[in-house]
Design a protein around this ligand. Structure first.
Ligand code: HEM
Length: 505
C-alpha cells in the first residue's frame, strides 16, 4: 500500500474504531442507566456493581471459591433484610419469609442454571414429571423397607471401629460415615453398592475426590463452557473415562450398573443380590416414565444426583453430631444414659421408628443438622405470575428471590447462641425452633431423601454411640464448622473428625 492509500485506510480505520467505541459506550451507558434507574429492582438497595452484572456473585462463588455468603452477611448488615445482589436478583435474610418463597405453588420456579438435572430443572411442571417416578422410593414406608440394608452397612462400620480399637489407630469418621451413606444409596440405586466400607483406602480416595470436585461446583452449575465439559463427561462411555476413585464410581460404575439393570442383572458393582427395591431397575421397568428419561445419559445424571446428594449430606451431619457430642461431656453423658436405658443389649439395633421416639437422641440429631446446615448455598426461586411482598417492598414477578440457610439456621433470634451445640433448645417446646429447621428446604423442590437421611442418622448414630467408647483425636472445630460454600459447607480443614476407639460394649 502506498502513502496516500495507507493514510486513507488509517483514517477510515480510526473512524471505524471510534464508531464502534461510541456505539459500545452508548449501549453500556443505556444499560447502566436502565439497571440503576429504570429497572423494576432499582429501588432495592445493594452494591451498584451487583446491580450491573451477575459476574459480581459469580466472582465470589466461582473465582474466589464459595465466599459470597461471607460477603452477603456484610451486605445485610449494611443494607438490611433485603438486598439486591444481581441485575435481577434479591436476597432476603428474614426467616419469616421462608414459607412465602419455598412452597408448592406452580408459579414458583427455579432460575435457569447450566445444569439440567431434576434438581436444576427450571419449569415447575417438568420438574414434577421428572421427580414423580422417584418419590415412591423415598416415602417413609419405602425407607422402612430399606432398613435391613442400612443395618447391614452399620454392622460393616462397627467392624471397622472394632478393628481400630484392636489396632489402637484413629478412625476417620468423616470418611467412614460418608462411606456408609454412599454404600447405602448406591446399593439402593443399583442393587449392589460401592462397598466402600470394605476398602477404607478407596473410601478415603472417594471422599477426597468429592471434596475437590465440590470446590468447583459453581463453575459447573453457572458457567456454560465448564458445564459443557461436564455434559461431555456424562455422555462419554465408561471405557473412555479415567479409573480415578470417585470419578470412576460416579460415572463409569454407575453406567455399568445401569446397563446391567437394562439387561435384567442387578448387583454389578458390589455383586450383592438385593432384597429391597432397586431404584433404577424400577425406573427402567416403569411404563409411565418417558423413554427420554430412561436413556443412559438421563439415568447417569440422576444417579450422580442421588449418589452425590445422598451421601455427602448425611455423612457430614453424622460427623458433626459425633464431634459435638464428644466435645461436650454433659451432652455425652445424657445421650449415653438414654441409649443405655432403651437399648439394654448394645449389640441389638432398634428400628428407626422406635429410635426417633428417644427425645434426647432426636434433639442431638436435630441440633447436628442445624449446625452442619448440610446445604449452604443460597436457594433461589422465581415467581413467574404474581408479585411477592416483603414488608413495604413489592417484588415484581420474574425476579430471582434467594434465601440462604445460614441466615435461618444460625439466626440468634430463633437459635440463641447459634454457634453453641445445644440439644436442649429442641426440648423446650418453643414452636419457632422446630418450624425454622429448614435444612431440607420446603415445597415442591424440597429434599426427596429426607426420610432416608433421618433413618440413617437415627440407626447409625444410636448404634455407634451405644456400642463404642470414642474420644476425639487431634480434631477441633476447624474440622467441622461450615466455612466455605461449595453448595454444601466445607470446613476450614479437610482432615476430618478423627477418634480413638477406647472400648466396645
Ligand atoms: C441431612 C441430610 C440432608 C439434607 C439436610 C438435605 C437437604 C436438601 C436440600 C436443602 C435440598 C434442596 C436443594 C435445592 O433446592 O436446590 C435437597 C434436595 C435434594 N436432596 Fe437432600 N438433603 C439431605 C439428604 C439427602 C439424601 C440422603 C438424599 C438421597 C438420595 C437426598 C437427595 C436429594 C435430591 C435428589 C434432591 C433434589 C430434589 C429435587 O430437586 O426435587 N438428600 N436436599
Amino acid at each position: 500500500m502506498n502513502g496516500p492509500l495507507l493514510k486513507l485506510w488509517e483514517t477510515l480505520g480510526h473512524h471505524k474504531l471510534v464508531s464502534v467505541a461510541v456505539a459500545l459506550l452508548s449501549y453500556l451507558g443505556c444499560r447502566v442507566t436502565y439497571l440503576l434507574v429504570f429497572h423494576p429492582l432499582a429501588a432495592f438497595q445493594g452494591p451498584r456493581l451487583a446491580a450491573l452484572t451477575g459476574w459480581y456473585t459469580l466472582y465470589f462463588d466461582a473465582i474466589r471459591g464459595g465466599v459470597f455468603l461471607q460477603k452477603l452477611e456484610r451486605l445485610h448488615d449494611r443494607y438490611g433484610m433485603i438486598v439486591r445482589i444481581g441485575p435481577n436478583e434479591i436476597h432476603i435474610a428474614d426467616p419469616t419469609f421462608y414459607d412465602t418463597l419455598f412452597n408448592f405453588k406452580s408459579s414458583i420456579e427455579k432460575p435457569k442454571y447450566e445444569m439440567d438435572t431434576m434438581q436444576w430443572t427450571t419449569s415447575h411442571e417438568l420438574h414434577r414429571r421428572r421427580r414423580k417416578p422417584y418419590e415412591g422410593y423415598f416415602s417413609r414406608q419405602a425407607i422402612q423397607r430399606l432398613e435391613p440394608a442400612i443395618r447391614e452397612k452399620t454392622e460393616g462400620l462397627c467392624r471397622i471401629l472394632v478393628q481400630a480399637y484392636k489396632d489402637s489407630s484413629p478412625a476417620n469418621l468423616s470418611v467412614l460415615y460418608r462411606a456408609l451413606t454412599v454404600d447405602v444409596i448406591s446399593e439402593y440405586c443399583f442393587g449392589g453398592g460401592y462397598n466402600f466400607l470394605d476398602n477404607e483406602d478407596e473410601a478415603k480416595a472417594f471422599v477426597t475426590f468429592n471434596t475437590k470436585a465440590l470446590r468447583t461446583f459453581y463453575w459447573f452449575r453457572d458457567v456454560k463452557v465448564t458445564h459443557w465439559l461436564m455434559a461431555l463427561i456424562i455422555k462419554m462411555p465408561a471405557w473412555m473415562l479415567p479409573r480415578q476413585p470417585g470419578f470412576h464410581e460416579l460415572f463409569s460404575s454407575a453406567e455399568i450398573s445401569i446397563r446391567a439393570l437394562r439387561k435384567g442383572k442387578a448387583g454389578q458393582v458390589g455383586g450383592n443380590a438385593s432384597r429391597h427395591a432397586i431404584i433404577f431397575e424400577g425406573i427402567l421397568q416403569a411404563d409411565d416414565v418417558p423413554p427420554k428419561e430412561k436413556t443412559i445419559g438421563a439415568l447417569k445424571d440422576m444417579s450422580v444426583l442421588l449418589t452425590g446428594a445422598g451421601f455427602e449430606t448425611t455423612g457430614n451431619a453424622l460427623s458433626v453430631a459425633h464431634f459435638h457430642v464428644l466435645s461436650n461431656p454433659t451432652i455425652h453423658a445424657k445421650l449415653t444414659e438414654e441409649l443405655v436405658s432403651h437399648i439394654p443389649d448394645p449389640q441389638s439395633q432398634l428400628s428407626w421408628s422406635t429410635l426417633e421416639k428417644l427425645p434426647y437422641l432426636k434433639a442431638v440429631l436435630q441440633e447436628a443438622v442445624r449446625m452442619s446446615m448440610v446445604v449452604m448455598a443460597r436457594q433461589s426461586r422465581i415467581n413467574r405470575r404474581d408479585v411477592m411482598r416483603y414488608e413495604d417492598y413489592v417484588i415484581p414477578p420474574g425476579t430471582i428471590v434467594s434465601m440462604s440457610h445460614p441466615f435461618i439456621l444460625y439466626n440468634a433470634d430463633v437459635y440463641p447462641e447459634p454457634h453453641t451445640f445445644n440439644p436442649d433448645r429442641w426440648l423446650c417446646g418453643d414452636e419457632k425452633v422446630t418450624k425454622n429447621l429448614v435444612a431440607f428446604s420446603r415445597g415442591s423442590r424440597s429434599c426427596i431423601g429426607i426420610h432416608l437421611a433421618w433413618a440413617e442418622m437415627f440407626i447409625v448414630f444410636a448404634t455407634v454411640m451405644r456400642r463404642f467408647h470414642t474420644e476425639l483425636f487431634d480434631t477441633t472445630r476447624k474440622e467441622v464448622d461450615p466455612k466455605t460454600d461449595a453448595f454444601v459447607p466445607l470446613p476450614e480443614s479437610d482432615k476430618g473428625v478423627r477418634v480413638l476407639v477406647r472400648g466396645e460394649e
